[in-house]
Structure formats: C-alpha cells, structure tokens
Write a protein that binds this ligand. Sequence first.
Ligand SMILES: Nc1ncnc2c1ncn2[C@@H]1O[C@H](COP(=O)(O)OP(=O)(O)O)[C@@H](O)[C@H]1O
Ligand SMILES: [Mg+2]
Length: 246
Amino acid sequence: MIAVKDLSVKYKSNRGEVQALNKVNINMAAGDLYTVIGPSGCGKSTLLYVLSGILTDFEGSVLINGKPVNPRTQRIGLILQNYGLLPWKTVYQNVTLGLKIKYGHTGLNEDGRHLLQQLGIDDLLNRYPKELSGGQQQRVAIARAFMLKPDLLLMDEPFSALDAITREEIQELFLETWQKNPVNTVFVTHSVDEALYLGRKVAVFSPSPGRILEVADNPCFHKDKLQFKDEYHEMSMHLRSLLSKG
Ligand SMILES: Nc1ncnc2c1ncn2[C@@H]1O[C@H](COP(=O)(O)OP(=O)(O)O)[C@@H](O)[C@H]1O
Ligand SMILES: [Mg+2]
C-alpha cells in the first residue's frame, strides 16, 4: 500500500524556486493500478521521482507498505519513455539485470520464462537493443520490471513515443501482464484515452504547481471497444472538463 500525505516539492535553483507539487495526497490499496493525468509541467514526473526515492528533498510523507520510501529496502520498478535498456547488453542480460543485483544470479524460473513468452520476447533473447523495434524494446523493459516483482511499479509516459497500432498492442500486453502479476502501479500519461483504458482509478492533476483535482473510479478499465460505450464518453468528457478548468 502507498500513502502519500501532503506532498509538496520545490525545485531550487539560482534563478529562484519552482513549486512543482502542492499538497498531494494519495492512498493506494495493495495491488492497485492508478493512472495519473495532467497537463505538461504539472509535476507528474516529479511525483514519480519522489515515489522512486530518487528525489528526497520534499515536504510531507511518502510511505510504501508503512515504511518511508527507500530504494535500498524496497523494490521499485521504473519504466520510462526511452526504454532505459543497456545498449551493450543482450535482451536476456537486460531482463535479468535486476535479478543479478537482488539475488546474485540470473537464472530464470518457470514464472520468468512464462513472462518472456507472454510478452513475445522469448525469441529475441540474444539480440541487442539496437536490433529491436521501439515496441520490442518497451516489451523488454516491461519484462525486466515485472521480473523483479516490485513493491511499486512506476511508469512515466512509457508508450507515448510508439506509433498508434504498436501502442494499442503494448497497452493490451501490459494489462494482461499486470493482471497476472498485480503489483502496485502508478502510470503517468497525458492521454485521456490511455488513462481511461489502463487505470482502475484515474488521478487528475491541476496545472503547475500540481495538486490532485480528483481521484475517479474508472468504469472503463480494460474494456473492449471502449469508444462505443456510454461510460467512455461520460468519463472522457468529465476528465477533459476537469483538465480544461484546472
Ligand atoms: N530540475 C528542475 N529544476 C527546476 N525546475 C524543474 C526541474 N525539474 C522540473 N522542473 C519544473 O517543475 C515542474 C514540474 O515538472 P515535471 O514533474 O517534469 O512535470 P510533468 O512530468 O508533469 O510534465 C515544471 O514546471 C518544470 O519546469
Ligand atoms: Mg514528465
């Protein structure tokens, strides 16, 4: 479970201070999947930096399973837009990297092999990242994150560089993988459609300095042919009006 209480972040530079987040509160039950949507610059990435333990200069409290966030004692998975794969390592080495750091070996068990099959990368294990398409690279990044069974999985606009068809495929693959391995996930996006398809709950942020305008239960989560459903149109209008009012 994730508990964020009155989280505020200011960036300080010699040109002055920028308030990036303003009293953000989130309470996430175990095994939940949130999408976070908000305008560019509202502090979405900043929130993920705090949750990942990279950014430690903040006000308020951030607890993961009751303990202050700490990447040394908690497993935190991070999936970014640019995949974050090591170019000099093969797919297999990339996927098992975290295992080596955590457990000191890189052997895959049954679950691990199944994950690679499910994501369709079991035939690509000896390739290098530059020999893969963007979609394939992102599937490798997803495999690497789930392989570690993280306490918290953070995703920062991970699919926004992919073409529309690849993006839809990988959204589906991600959801299937998540449903078999339901880890706490915070998924940042600036697409209303993506927020509605992938989020069990959708947190809507105001423009900078970001605060949460609403956390909506989402009836559209993982629904087929969403564009033809009434609840999609209702939710979509609701989110867009929140975003435009700020
Ligand atoms: N290192 C930094 N120093 C100063 N300001 C920053 C820094 N990083 C981000 N910001 C500012 O903080 C705000 C939030 O940024 P960010 O979290 O990247 O937003 P988002 O991911 O929602 O686009 C923006 O106004 C941005 O310009
Ligand atoms: Mg960002």
